[in-house]
Design a protein around this ligand. Structure first.
Ligand code: SF4
Length: 357
């Protein structure tokens, strides 16, 4: 049983907790932490609904000049042969998504040495011209910075040009916002400051984003909280982060396969702590892709309140050997069985269909 100390009372009074207080939560009993996470979830989102979206990731190339040590997707990891999709390939995949009732596409690729702004604008315009109702939640802060470097353009100009072409929003793809870890695992990818710059640019351009967290790469508890603090501060300033999505690093197939994967307990603690610390983000997604559907279901009782997307044809995580896939029927079953009401939602977290039976 947790001691009813000052931190306990702050959490249950709904007060903001400090980065100095938060690391203690990792030592809490999992049941106590889960209850606290669920209590803070009810403060942020009192409904019993859990949303999901029918979406598809289209990874248009795995050629990437960053070649991060924690990634099994890029061609030089030698797990997947190098490839580039044609525009016809991309359109065919979007068509399949629409036939399955899908509403959102995530176009994401490696940092291809030859891709410049024109290439990305062409991709966005072609998809939007053919499928005007599809919501493009696409690219990433790393890709935006990559384009800005290739074209020698300010980040604001790149974001503005992509928005004018039809891009709706950009996933936060934050990895771990700790420069000590980034210098080891992804030295050629963006820095924490550059990540922040992209999010502020999206804000200035009236676009939404999200934040993610890849933990389990050798960081300390304090560094996990450092990541959450950056996200909380950015959200205080901008309010554009619609959701937070933590997932554990999957070492297989990467150059870091000597690291033991984070456990199920680590994941559930991370969800609950994120919910308690991030008092300004409404949706926390349960990461069924990396953690499995059954663990994601438990996360719904410890702070999470969204199941994310069905992610038709996800490739990046699958490159690490993870085989989990799902569909809307299975997500509905998982959500209902957790005692919640499943809701198919759109990209702006508006309800499309509420499934009571
Ligand atoms: S994580 Fe992204 S930037 Fe890093 S190697 Fe993989 S595709 Fe490239």
């Amino acid at each position: 049983m947790i001691e009813h100390n000052e931190l306990f009372h702050k959490i249950y009074q709904g007060d903001r907790i400090s980065p100095e207080e938060a690391p203690d939560l990792f030592s809490w009993d999992i049941i106590d932490l889960g209850k606290a996470g669920d209590m803070r979830r009810r403060l942020a989102y009192p409904k019993d609904q859990v949303g999901f979206i029918i979406d598809r990731i289209v990874n248009f190339t795995n050629i990437c000049e960053a070649a991060c040590a924690f990634c099994a997707f890029h061609a030089r990891a030698n797990v997947i042969q190098s490839y580039e999709l044609t525009m016809d390939d991309i359109l065919g995949k979007v068509e399949e998504l629409i036939a399955a009732g899908g509403t959102q596409v995530m176009l994401q690729g490696g940092l291809h040495p030859d891709y410049t702004l024109d290439k990305y604008i062409h991709m966005v315009k072609t998809v939007k011209n053919r499928f005007p109702k599809i919501y493009l939640h696409s690219f990433s802060p790393s890709e935006i910075v990559h384009i800005s470097r290739k074209n020698s353009l300010p980040i604001d100009d790149v974001v503005k040009a992509l928005k004018e072409a039809g891009l709706d929003s950009v996933p936060g793809a934050s990895d771990l916002l700790v420069d000590r870890i980034r210098a080891k695992v992804s030295p050629k990818k963006i820095t924490v400051d550059e990540w922040r710059e992209v999010i502020y640019s999206l804000y200035r351009n009236g676009m939404k984003s999200s934040a993610t967290m890849t933990y389990g790469m050798g960081e300390t508890r304090e560094e996990k909280i450092e990541h959450l603090k950056i996200i909380r501060d950015v959200q205080d300033d901008t309010g554009i982060l619609q959701a937070f999505i933590p997932w554990s690093f999957s070492p297989a197939g990467t150059r870091m396969d000597n690291i033991l994967p984070a456990t199920g307990m680590d994941y559930l603690k991370m969800v609950a702590i994120a919910r308690i610390f991030l008092d300004n983000i409404t949706y926390i997604q349960a990461g069924w892709l990396t953690e499995g559907l059954k663990l994601a279901q438990i996360a719904l009782t410890m702070g999470a309140n969204d199941m994310g997307g069905v992610l038709m044809e996800e490739v990046v995580v699958k490159a690490t050997g993870i085989k989990t896939s799902t569909n809307d029927k299975e997500l509905v079953h998982i959500i209902k069985n957790a005692g919640k009401i499943p809701v198919q939602r759109d990209s702006r977290y508006h309800e499309l269909v509420s499934i009571h039976k």
